[in-house]
Structure formats: C-alpha cells, structure tokens
Ligand binder design. Sequence first.
Ligand SMILES: CC(C)(COP(=O)(O)OP(=O)(O)OC[C@H]1O[C@@H](n2cnc3c(N)ncnc32)[C@H](O)[C@@H]1OP(=O)(O)O)[C@@H](O)C(=O)NCCC(=O)NCCS
Length: 392
Amino acid sequence: MTGLSIEAATSRVEIAVRGDDGLRAHEIEEVGHGHTRRLTALIARALGRAEVRPTQLSWVAADLGPGSFTGVRVGLATARALALASGARVRGASSLAALAGSTSARRALICPLVPAGRLDAYAGFFRADARGAVSLLAAPRVGPLATIVQAIREAFAAAGTANVRIVGPGVPRWREALERSFPGATSPEWRFEGLSALDLAAAALSPRGPAAGLPAPGDETQPLYVRSAQAEERVRHRASAAEAPVALRPFRVDDVPAAAVIERRVFSDPWPESFFRGELGHPQVYARVAERGGRLAGYSVAWLAAAGGHLGNLAVTPEERRRGVARALVEDLLARARALKTESLSLEVRVSNFAAQALYRTHGFRLAGLRRGYYRDTGEDALVMEWRPKGA
Ligand SMILES: CC(C)(COP(=O)(O)OP(=O)(O)OC[C@H]1O[C@@H](n2cnc3c(N)ncnc32)[C@H](O)[C@@H]1OP(=O)(O)O)[C@@H](O)C(=O)NCCC(=O)NCCS
C-alpha cells in the first residue's frame, strides 16, 4: 500500500512517500514559519520523485502535535484535503508517540521533548519494558525547564524504571541542565533529535491505540495541542462565568438510575447500579451529585477517613464538560478531606485519560505509582495519583 507521511510539527518539515517496496521519496526542508507556503510544494515534489499520483495513495499520515500550532494545523488540513481528493485514509500520531516509539531503550522512562515556543517545551512520558515495547505512562506536560525537570522526576519515581531517556528536538537547548539532573539521559545514541516522517508513519500505522499513546479508533485526526490558545481560554471562561452555577448535594439512592445512564455513556467499564447502591450504604462514603439548571451534570463517589481516602468514581455528562462541574466536585471533596484531616487521598486514572489527569493535577494531585494492565477492557495501565493537604 502506498502512502504519504507529512511531518510538519516543527520548522524542519519532512515528507516521505512509502510504497510496498519501501521508501520511494524523502524531502526535508527547514521552512522557518513558512509551513503554509512550502508544504504543498514539498508534497508535490515528493510525489513527483516517487512517481506516485495522489489517487494511488491509500493512507496519508499527519503529526497531531504537540508542536508548532501553525505546522500542526497546516499539516493536518493538508493531509485531510489530500485524503478527501484521493480517497486515502488519514492516520495521525502525536509527535511525542512517534519519538517514543522510535527510541531504542529497555526498562526506561522515555521522555520526548518538542519545543513549545518562547522558553517552554512539551514533554511526553512513556515506558519501555524489558523487551523494549513502549507504553504510554502519563499525560504530556508543557512548561519551562524547571517544570519539565520536576515532571520527569515525578514520572521516573512513579514508573519505577531503571533509566531515563530524554529525546527529541527539544533536547539540544537544555542538554547541559538535563544532564546535570539525569546523567547520560540525553545521549544521541538513543535516536537522532529531529522529528521524522518515517517514525511518524510507523506510529500512525501502528494498531496499538491508547495504551501506546496512539489515537483510539475514530480519533485518528484529533490534534493534540496540550496547551490551548489563550483566545480560546478567554472565550471559554467568559462563557462559563455567565452560566447558571453548579449546585452540589448528597448522592441519594434514587439518583442511581440516572447516574448509571451517565456511567454507561462515559466509561467503557461502567459501574453497575448494584455497585452504586452498595457503595452508598457504606459509612465512610462521601458521594455528591452536581446539578445545573435542576439536571444531573455529574457525580463523585469517594471513601474518606482520617487515615486516608480514595476517589472511586467521578464523571461529568459530555454536554456539561469544560464548564467547571468536575472542578466543583473535586474542590468540595478536598474541603471535606481537609475538614476530616485526611492524610492523603488517592485515585486510579487511565494513562490515556489526559483530561482527568489535567483536572487532578490542577487540584494538587501528583503521580504516585503505576498499576500495570489494571483496566481489563483494554489492558491499559492505571496511574495512581495522590493528594496530600498542604504541609503534610
Ligand atoms: C475528566 C472530567 C471529569 C472533567 O470534567 P469537566 O467538568 O469537564 O472538568 P472542568 O470543566 O471542571 O475542568 C476543570 C479543570 O480540569 C482540567 N481539564 C478538564 N478537562 C480537560 C480537558 N479535556 N483537557 C485538558 N484539561 C482539562 C482543566 O485544567 C480545567 O480547568 P480550565 O477549564 O480552567 O482549563 C470529564 O472529562 C469526564 O467526565 N470524563 C469522563 C470520565 C472520566 O474520565 N472520569 C475520571 C476517571 S479517573
């Protein structure tokens, strides 16, 4: 099957054309900020050199980010347009998963770094096992050197691996500082430092899915920006400030049928109604529902005692997402935990659940461990995250 791979997430753009007989053409150009101007010309040149017509393409691979906002958008839009015109399928992979998948490492935490403009970098977190198979470890982060070093330390402790490998185009400008914190981690032998259209194609065509940090079926063209545009944030916060407030109240047994409907919509391994009923009867359970405009918008179920607590379930209906419902539930839970002088609160979250990890992180939860193959439906790992009251 013939395909085209577009790697445009940094200023160094690569286009590769691959046929059944291997690589047919490979174009590399430093485009600066000229993604819009140069990409189509480079694709036309690569297809010409490969002697492939667009109608012969069965797949087009694009980098979903994170990286240059413009590069990711132009690359993805071009891949979609080409696929629409040629009948090819668009396949995407994140820049971080493409880098991690092509790194040679065993029993290691793999952290791909991609420049994020100004003085920041995007960092990914993956784990290579004893045979070199790579799995996702945690949601990507973005920030300056100090934030990223701290994030790597936290992920390293949670993963319990023997080594750290830091790779990718974000490494060169921080190499000295990274080496001071993680000696030997940035050695060029782990892989070359740019993003490659060939690595991207390998990741985009892999069937491994979310457990490896690759898109789930149906999400192959969803960009991964990690940091939303400031304008988007402003509009979202202004819109949610004008809405009816979220009201919290105790979760009652007569809420169970409605909660179970949300549960089945939201999770691939939903709690059955009988489980909710059993939990609500438990003396240490602290369970709340959130309503907006009198309608059930979300719920949380936790166990709280002075010695420790555990958040067992938290969900928000898809229509109410990004409007502060989970924030209200988590803030209320943490207030209760503080009042009870709970020493720590833990939870498990899928390694691919970036939204939930971001939510917990903004409320002070940190990575505390890994449960391998915890989710039976997909075999995905669970991250253990933990919150402790300030000063504990
Ligand atoms: C995870 C989930 C509970 C978040 O609920 P929500 O009501 O949309 O979250 P909120 O609007 O209160 O967001 C609070 C903060 O969490 C983070 N966050 C939430 N969703 C996010 C997303 N999709 N991407 C990035 N950050 C996100 C942000 O920091 C956000 O603050 P901001 O809006 O000021 O940027 C919701 O997506 C959900 O129900 N998912 C499916 C079920 C699930 O995953 N439950 C958790 C199991 S461990």
